[in-house]
Design a protein around this ligand. Sequence first.
Ligand code: MF3
Ligand code: CO
Length: 268
Amino acid sequence: MIYLKTSSEIEVIRANGVILGKTHAEVAKVIKPGITTKALDEIAYQFIKDNGAIPSFLNYNVGGHRYPASLCISVNDVVVHGIPNNYELKDGDIISIDCGVYKNGFHADSAYTYAVGNVAEATLSLLRTTKESLYLGLAHAVAGKRIGDIGFAVQSYCEKAGYTVVRELVGHGVGKSLHEGPEVPNYGRRGDGAKLKEGMVIAIEPMINLGKKAIHQESDYWTIRTQDRKPSAHFEHTVAVCKDKADILTTFEYIEAVEKESAYLATI
Ligand code: MF3
Ligand code: CO
């Protein structure tokens, strides 16, 4: 179902977006070689709780499979939904951190991919292009445009740069549920798909591969990896569709401030 949000509901999601942006930043502060992804998850859980919110992903149920953490942490060839564990980050890794927070009846959802230390130039370019494609795509989240306009913008930009777009996983509506309609693919044709209406709130989340587009779901049910084991990048914002603009409700502002100051993170 697609639910339209009132302007006061949108302000609740924006406020949650601030908590979410600060959660990401708290995690970003401690990213360095040697830290485990589980330690990062614990920091996020505590910060979200301390802010009177609930981690949207913790115990999220898909067909009887409960997601066991507050963050999805996806390293290198993991596309999305990596489960935090005892893996220790190392120099040259890329790490996607996806998080959602729930407070006052609504969710906010965002993701960012970091470069830990000295990352191969080809991989850094993948991160830059993916991040840029998110902004190019979300610029079409304007009333009267269509879902396909977003996907077309992401796909054409990323494919021109030589990358591939994951098809099996898509963006989504966000509201009282973490995942609502409409689906928001990162591929498509201009003018195709559902018409965007004022009050829709959608998560746009390009998942872009350095190599081929094929993915593989691991036996833990959650972890999605590239089939060719080449790196994959993921950036996500929650965005409200407005009359003549896209209104970004989540923020990378706090993340980018930490990224700039960190001795361990390359600036994307
Ligand atoms: N942020 C993810 C998404 O946008 C949700 C992760 S699935 C979960 O679809 F189980 F971890 F919640
Ligand atoms: Co999402």
